[in-house]
Unconditional design. Structure first.
Length: 257
């Protein structure tokens, strides 16, 4: 009697099993090759092996009532990726490319946050830092579940998207991001979000060190840092860690798929 096979895991890292059989061949997804122009080379890549990481497009970094604005930073530059992302993300979803939101979302007790990390956000010790309530609305800075840590209203994640909390500038440090990407069979990563020279770059560098192919989407990325930080980020990505493209080049690649 042939018993039905049931799937365990997530394709392509999936088995099919029953009482007698475990099929561990892990069938691959159908390739979706596209040609993508970047600032240094033309890439031939497989969309079936691609995902986009959208980093820190959160109220604390992008909203005029968030933490950065509270400490006197002009968040206007951090809002620049919103419109390009609103246009790009639906097209990537349609193409089957997972949208992965990688955001600060700390534990309420901050037990996994070091003094050095706390100092970045509260250098005097008596200011408003990680976990502290914002004076304007009481939202706790970058705490998981708070308004402060939520994605800005214009870019709300959809049910099918993947959300990963992070606790350092890099989205790979002490998070399940690497395991999720490996289970999904993703080897090519697009990067978007803020700040380009901090959380985006450190996540991209770690991805490169882990063996992922890294592509920064220029118009979907921004920083509130000085211009030289932005220029250095673009230089270092192209020189050392991957490629730089823009959303229009991705639209062109998708239209010719």
């Amino acid at each position: 009697m042939n018993l039905p096979l049931r799937t365990l895991g997530f394709p392509p890292n999936a088995w099919t099993v029953n009482d007698a059989i475990a099929d561990i061949t892990r069938p691959q997804k159908t390739p979706q090759p596209v040609i993508l122009a970047t600032e240094t080379k033309t890439l031939r890549l497989d969309l079936a092996k691609a995902a986009i990481l959208v980093i820190d497009m959160q109220n604390d970094f992008c909203h005029p009532d968030g933490w950065l604005a509270h400490i006197g930073v002009d968040v206007t530059p951090a809002r620049k990726p919103i419109e390009p992302l609103k246009n790009l993300l639906p097209e990537l979803r349609t193409a089957g490319v997972p949208i992965i939101w990688v955001n600060w979302g700390n534990r309420p007790d901050l037990l996994n946050i070091s003094a050095a990390s706390l100092h970045v956000y509260n250098p005097t010790g008596d200011g408003v830092g990680l976990g502290d309530p914002l004076p304007k609305n009481g939202a706790k800075v970058l705490m998981a579940g708070s308004w402060a840590a939520a994605v800005v209203d214009e870019l709300q994640p959809l049910r099918e998207d993947i959300c990963v909390d992070k606790y350092r500038m890099s989205g790979f440090w002490d998070t399940p991001l690497d395991s999720i990407l490996k289970n999904l069979g993703k080897t090519t990563l697009f990067f978007a979000g803020v700040n380009a020279d901090q959380c985006v770059l450190t996540t991209l560098c770690d991805a490169n060190f882990l063996g992922y192919d890294c592509i920064l989407v220029k118009d979907c990325t921004a920083t509130t840092s000085p211009e030289y930080c932005w220029l250095a980020t673009l230089y270092n990505v192209k020189q050392c860690f991957g490629f730089v493209t823009d959303s229009q080049a991705i639209f062109t690649a998708l239209s010719e798929e």
